[in-house]
Write a protein that binds this ligand. Sequence first.
Ligand SMILES: [Zn+2]
Ligand SMILES: [Zn+2]
Length: 275
Amino acid sequence: MLTDYHVHLRPDEDDTPPERFFTDDNVAGYRAAAAAAGVAELGISEHIHRFAQALEIWRHPFWVEQAVDDLDAYCEFLASADLKVGIEADYIAGAEERIEAVLAARPFDYVIGSVHFVGDAAIDQDRWDVWDAEGHDPDRVWSRYFEQLTAAAASGLFDVLAHPDLVKVWGPGRPGPARDPRYFWEPAVEAIAAAGVAVEVSTAGLRKPVEEIYPAAGFAQLCVEAGVPFTLSSDAHLPEHVGYAYDEAVGFMTGLGIDRLCVFSGRRRSMEPLG
Ligand SMILES: [Zn+2]
Ligand SMILES: [Zn+2]
């Protein structure tokens, strides 16, 4: 079986109002792409910062600017379209109870946890750039990112961790630390295994400057050794991204000995054969 759970119906750009993208027509395009890619189960995981209710959690200026949609209307739309009801929720240190309150009040099939920010600084956007905030020191940026990922795993708030080594997104433009990356990965993988959270293999990295699957093979190998379960997702923001480069991703996973995939319903996980 193949699934694609980390999927956005709305592109990230400005002028992408929900009424233009949360439509049956748009969903039909995603479904057709899923069928063509052999994806049997499709779920949507819009960014939490798109929803007004996210401001109950955090009031970063980016969120204040973006948080306009209604979270309950979104959940109802997905359920009525017979799509798995997911969300991509940021881990915000110190806001755990508020995150839990927003999530627990909705009928999600799964919650994907992400680290896009450490403190107020952003990992994968130019505004509020963490590289500026940390003096362009790769050791400091990577340490801060993986500390936050470790805390996200340990929080128990999430079913899946998205793009687990997102910090590499900029590729050669912002090279990582010189030391062995396992120094940064190992504490995170330990927390992931202890919390029983799944890790996402994401083909989105292939479309970014890094041009690599998230996570790196070495990170995924540590997860395999620790018995961590996996999902596979495209992080699509357009129909043509659904199931993006899945042949390569399935090869990547089977090469590491991964032969099963997580399936979620009502935030309960079961395992299905991969492929
Ligand atoms: Zn993300
Ligand atoms: Zn995403």
